[in-house]
Design a protein around this ligand. Structure first.
Ligand SMILES: Cc1cc2nc3c(=O)[nH]c(=O)nc-3n(C[C@H](O)[C@H](O)[C@H](O)COP(=O)(O)OP(=O)(O)OC[C@H]3O[C@@H](n4cnc5c(N)ncnc54)[C@H](O)[C@@H]3O)c2cc1C
Length: 500
C-alpha cells in the first residue's frame, strides 16, 4: 500500500515540476511505469520507497537541518544503472540527488522537496592501476575503504580525513586531507573520471575536457561520478604520532600566538605537521567552561618533536596525552573514525560557518572565544557544539597553480568553522544558531581586513554567495557560469552549493 502512495506522490510531484496538470495519472499507471523502469536496471539495483524497511538507513543524514526530501531511493548496481536513473528522472521531470556518505549538510539541500535519491553505496571498489601509480575507485567508495585498501597494497593517497565521508563528496569541492602537505588537495590527485551528465550521458573525462577544471572544486554541480582514477603514492612513513594538550579558555591568546609562531610559521608549516584544535565542553577537563583541545600531529615519528610541543607545554595545559601508531590511527585520535561520535547520525542539526584564514588574529581569537564560551556553556541548547580550527600543512596546496582548478582558496592556511550542534525542530533555535555561527565567522572575518570571507564549500552553511564559496575573481565566476550553462542548463545538479 505504501508503495502505491509513494508512486502517486512521485507522479504528483512530476506533474507539479512539469508545470501542468496530470490529474488523470492514476496510481496504477505510475506503479507500472516504475516496474517498467526497473527492468532497465541491473539485477543488483535496489529500490527503497519512503516508509519501507531500509529507507531510513539510506536517507538518514549526519545533519538533521534542512534535509533533502525524496520519495524513493534507488541504489544502482552498475554505472549504467546511474545512466538509466538519470534518464528516467528527466523523462518524468522529477528532481534527483546523489546520496553518498550523506554527510553533506548545506541548508540548500532542503530545497529538494521530492524526487529520487541515487545512493552510490554499491559502486564501492578500489583497484590499484597504472603500475602502482594510480587507483581506480568506485564513485560510492568511503574514505576509510580507500585508505584501508590502498594501505594493504603499500599505497596511500589524499582522502578526506573523516572515515565516514565518501571519497567523492569532499573531493569534488577540493577535499582536505592529512597528506595534502605533500601532494595537494584530494581533487589535485584526479587523473580521469567516468561521469553521468545532466542529460544522462555517460562519459570519461580527463585534463583534456573543459569540464575538468570545474570538477576540481565545483564538481557537485556537473554530474554523478561513477568512478575516479586518482594518483596514489608508495607509503613513505608508516609512523605517526600525536600530542593532545587541553587548555583552559584563559590561555586562548597564548595558545594561538604560539600556533602562529611555532606551527604556521607564516604559511610555511612543515609538510609532516598538522595542527587541529577544537573548542568544546569537556566536563572531565573543566566542569563549568569549554576548553581548547589542541592536537599536534606529526608524520614519520613515534613522538612529536619537542620543537613543536615544548612551547605549548610551557603555556601550562590541563592535561597532555601522547600517542603513536600509523596513518590509519589518525581518524580515531581526533574523534572522526567510523565509531567516533561525530561520525554517528544522532538526529542533531549541525550547521557550520566556515572561513579560511592565513593566520590566527589573536584579539579576534579572544573575542570569538568569549562569545563562543558564553553561548555554549552549561545547559545551553548548543552545549555540544565544536569550534574547529584545522591547520593542515598547506605546502602541497600552495604549490599548485591557483588557476588550475575551480577550488579558489589555495593561499589560505587555516580552515576555521564553528559547528553549532543542537536538537532540531524549533525555528527560533535555528535562527539563534545561524546568528551565533555568523557572528563568530564575522568576528574572524573582520580581523582579516578583507572585504569578504572565503568559505570552504564542503563546510558551507548553504546561504553563502557564489563568490564566498567559489572565489570573488570575475573570471572564475564567468567560467563556472558558462560551464554550468553548457553542461547543466536546467540546473539538475543544484541542491548542493549551486553555481548561481
Ligand atoms: C564528520 C565530518 C568530517 C569531515 N571531514 C572532512 C575532511 O576531512 N575533508 C574534507 O574536505 N571535508 C570533510 N568534511 C566535509 C565533507 O567534505 C562534506 O560533508 C561532504 O559533502 C561529504 O560527502 P558525503 O559523500 O559524505 O556526503 P553526501 O551528502 O552523500 O554528498 C554530498 C554531496 O556531494 C555530491 N556527491 C557525492 N558523491 C558524489 C558522486 N559520486 N558524484 C557526484 N556528486 C557526488 C552530491 O551533490 C551530494 O549532495 C567532513 C564532514 C563531516 C560531517
Amino acid at each position: 500500500m505504501f508503495k502505491l502512495n509513494v508512486l502517486a506522490a512521485l507522479a504528483a510531484c512530476a506533474s507539479i515540476v512539469a508545470g501542468h496538470s496530470q490529474s488523470h495519472h492514476s496510481n496504477s499507471n505510475s506503479n507500472s511505469d516504475l516496474e517498467e523502469f526497473q527492468k532497465t536496471l541491473s539485477t543488483s539495483a535496489k529500490l527503497y520507497f519512503n516508509g519501507s524497511d531500509g529507507f531510513a538507513n539510506v536517507t538518514t543524514r549526519w545533519s538533521a537541518l534542512e534535509e533533502p526530501t525524496v520519495n524513493v531511493v534507488i541504489v544502482p548496481g552498475t554505472e549504467n544503472d546511474v545512466v538509466e536513473i538519470v534518464k528516467y528522472a528527466n523523462k518524468k521531470n522529477v528532481p534527483f540527488l546523489t546520496y553518498n556518505g550523506v554527510h553533506g549538510a548545506l541548508v540548500s539541500l532542503g530545497k529538494m522537496t521530492h524526487g529520487i535519491g541515487i545512493s552510490m553505496s554499491q559502486l564501492s571498489s578500489v583497484e590499484v592501476s597504472g603500475c602502482g601509480t594510480t587507483a581506480t575507485i568506485g564513485g560510492g567508495t568511503m574514505s576509510k575503504k580507500v585508505t584501508d585498501d590502498l594501505w594493504a597494497a603499500g599505497k596511500q593517497t589524499v582522502t578526506g580525513t573523516c572515515e565516514c565521508v565518501s571519497l567523492l563528496g569532499p573531493a569534488l569541492g577540493g577535499g582536505h586531507g592529512w597528506l595534502q602537505g605533500h601532494h595537494g588537495l584530494v581533487a589535485d590527485q584526479f587523473v580521469s573520471m567516468n561521469i553521468v551528465l545532466a542529460d544522462g550521458t555517460l562519459t570519461t573525462i580527463d585534463s583534456n575536457s573543459d569540464l575538468w577544471w570545474a570538477m576540481k572544486g565545483a564538481g557537485h554541480n556537473f554530474g554523478i561520478v561513477t568512478s575516479l582514477t586518482t594518483k596514489v603514492y608508495d607509503i613513505e612513513y608508516e609512523d605517526w604520532a600525536i600530542e593532545t594538550l587541553v587548555f583552559s579558555g584563559e590561555k586562548v591568546e597564548e595558545v594561538y600566538e604560539a600556533a602562529n609562531e611555532y606551527i604556521l610559521q607564516n604559511g610555511t608549516q612543515s609538510a609532516d605537521l598538522i595542527n587541529w584544535s577544537y573548542w568544546m565542553n569537556d566536563a572531565e577537563s573543566d566542569p563549568t567552561n569549554p576548553v581548547i583541545y589542541f592536537y599536534i600531529i606529526q608524520e614519520g615519528v613515534t613522538a612529536v618533536d619537542s620543537v613543536y610541543t615544548q612551547p605549548f607545554r610551557d603555556i601550562g595545559a590541563i592535561s597532555i596525552t601522547t600517542e603513536n601508531g600509523t596513518y590509519k590511527d589518525l581518524a580515531s585520535w581526533v574523534a572522526i573514525a567510523e565509531d567516533s561520535i561525530p561520525c554517528q547520525k544522532l538526529g542533531y542539526a549541525n550547521p557550520r560557518f566556515p572561513i579560511y584564514l592565513e593566520e590566527y588574529n589573536i584579539p579576534a581569537q579572544k573575542q570569538a572565544w568569549d562569545i563562543y564560551a558564553d553561548a555554549v556553556r552549561g545547559s545551553s541548547a548548543f552545549n555540544n557544539s565544536i569550534f574547529m580550527f584545522e591547520g593542515y600543512s598547506m605546502g602541497g596546496v600552495h604549490a599548485i597553480p591557483a588557476d588550475s582548478a575551480a577550488f579558489a582558496f589555495r593561499s589560505e592556511n587555516i580552515l576555521a568553522a564553528p559547528m553549532i550542534n543542537y536538537l532540531p525542530g524549533d525555528k527560533g533555535l535555528d535562527s539563534e544558531a545561524a546568528d551565533l555561527g555568523s557572528l563568530l565567522r564575522d568576528v574572524l572575518s573582520e580581523a582579516t581586513g578583507r572585504e569578504d570571507f572565503r568559505a570552504y564549500i564542503n563546510y558551507a552553511y548553504g546561504a553563502e554567495t557564489s563568490e564566498q564559496i567559489y572565489g570573488s575573481e570575475e573570471w572564475r565566476q564567468r567560467r563556472l557560469r558558462a560551464l554550468k550553462k553548457e553542461y547543466d542548463p536546467y540546473g539538475k545538479f543544484s541542491f548542493y552549493a549551486p553555481i548561481a
